[in-house]
Write a protein that binds this ligand. Structure first.
Ligand SMILES: *Cc1c(COP(=O)(O)O)cnc(C)c1O
Ligand SMILES: [Zn+2]
Length: 412
């Protein structure tokens, strides 16, 4: 395992030694983990995977930890990549199923890295502002690390997400307002009390390093082919940027030649990045009235709109697109993924299938284009928007006559 070269500000280029840093002290810009490239190691000209380690730390050669004893892991990552079997639309589509992670979402990846780094930096406890899944992951990993955890969440968080974080033993605090208010308070509390801030926006620079392992896994799962397109639901966008960073690393190591086009999907009721993309604005502006069932990406970016601008530039630089989808389409896609693929997703994660259909229709993605949709979170986490769509469930006596009267075998 090697040390990160340093943290580098993406705006002014200022460099910092690794430590409890968040935004650039000089200009407030986003910090990025930069490795000393000459130290990138390969074995037989391939990525080094330590198969004695469960979870994404098998890629430890490429992760920013100095001492292995500081790793806090729940065997996250190494999720399956599954070919689409949905008959409604055929194409060269795969799903990277992140619902299989220990807490049910990809957020376990950024969290395992940022908490391990927090342990290495000897923090007293951890905080996170979260629209749900990052707080849940923080709570679970903090439980294993035996660190106190405080999670700040928006008022309207789905009950299942509150429940799950509580089971892991974190202290949960609702903050009036949308996600941006939680973000603000987490920042203040962490700085005041010397807790590490694991908020999974770009604020904590280590999270992205966990996200990038998705690219490494897909590189091996696709027999070294690079997808033409990768479709991802985006809040502020670190997942998208982290995966892209992984592909940039692979290119830097001369393992691949081309890069994937990145597609960010937002919900119509909260789509600041899509708006800037469509209007060709240089900067992303905060969103005012959040109104969507996609709770995991309801991120209005108030107070850190630079995060959105960073993501916008990554998308554009990759030659990709930012698109938005409606709540009705999202519900439809929850069912498509359920009864077409056997995957139960939370509404936020269904956006990627809506996005695929939209881009196939407009022919920006062709049938043969190798496309991966990242399935970010499991359906049990956010069920309320779905109940009114499942129809009435009949109840009968244990009699064949009553069963027959239901006429559910109408095609026989
Ligand atoms: C956090 C989250 C996202 C968005 O990820 P960002 O890195 O914040 O853009 C997408 N889907 C789910 C289920 C999430 O929890
Ligand atoms: Zn700076």
């Amino acid at each position: 395992m090697f040390k990160p070269f340093e943290l580098e500000c993406i705006s002014c280029g200022e460099k910092y030694k690794t430590g409890n840093f968040y935004n650039c002290i000089k200009c407030g810009g986003i910090l990025n983990v930069k490795y000393n490239q000459s130290k990138y190691k390969l074995k037989n000209n391939q990525l080094i995977v330590d198969n004695s380690i469960q979870g994404l730390w098998s890629y430890k050669e490429y992760l920013p930890i100095n001492n292995e004893n500081n790793i806090c892991s729940l065997a996250e990552g190494h999720t399956p990549l599954i070919k689409s079997k949905i008959s409604e639309i055929s194409g060269n589509l795969f799903f990277k199923d992140e619902t299989r992670n220990p807490t049910g979402s990809f957020k376990d990846r950024p969290t395992t890295v940022s908490i391990s780094k927090a342990i290495e930096n000897k923090c007293k406890g951890v905080v996170a502002a979260s629209s749900g899944n990052a707080g849940i992951a923080t709570a679970a990993y903090a439980a294993v690390a035996k660190l106190p955890a405080i999670i700040f969440v928006p008022e309207n968080l789905p009950n299942e997400k509150l429940l799950q974080a509580s089971i892991y033993g974190a202290k949960i605090i609702k903050v009036r307002g949308d996600y941006s208010s939680s973000f603000e308070l987490a920042k203040k509390v962490a700085l005041e009390y010397n807790y590490a801030n694991l908020t999974s926006t770009y604020y904590n620079p280590y999270g992205l390093e966990g996200d990038k392992t998705i690219a490494f896994e897909m590189y091996n799962q696709l027999g070294h082919l690079v997808p033409d397109f990768i479709i991802i639901p985006i809040g502020a966008g670190p997942l998208l940027t982290g995966i892209y960073k992984g592909y940039l690393d692979l290119k830097e190591m001369n393992l691949i030649e081309k890069l994937p086009k990145m597609i960010g999907v937002q919900a119509k009721g909260c789509s600041p990045i899509v708006k800037a993309f469509k209007e060709n604005n240089k900067n992303v502006e905060p969103w005012n009235h959040v109104n969507t069932i996609a709770s995991g990406i309801s991120d209005p970016l108030k107070g850190y709109d630079q995060d959105g601008t960073y993501t916008l530039n990554i998308i554009k630089g990759s030659g990709g697109y930012a698109i938005s989808v409606s709540d009705e389409e999202i519900i439809d896609s929850v069912f498509s993924l359920g009864n077409g693929q056997g995957i139960f997703v939370e509404p936020t994660s269904a956006t990627v299938f809506c996005g695929y259909k939209q881009l196939r229709k407009s022919e920006l993605i062709k049938k043969d284009d190798l496309t991966v949709s990242i399935i970010t979170g499991i359906g049990f986490k956010d069920t309320k928007p779905l109940y009114k769509f499942i129809g009435k469930i009949p109840i009968v006596e244990a009699s064949l006559m009553e069963f027959d009267s239901l006429n559910i075998l109408e095609n026989e």
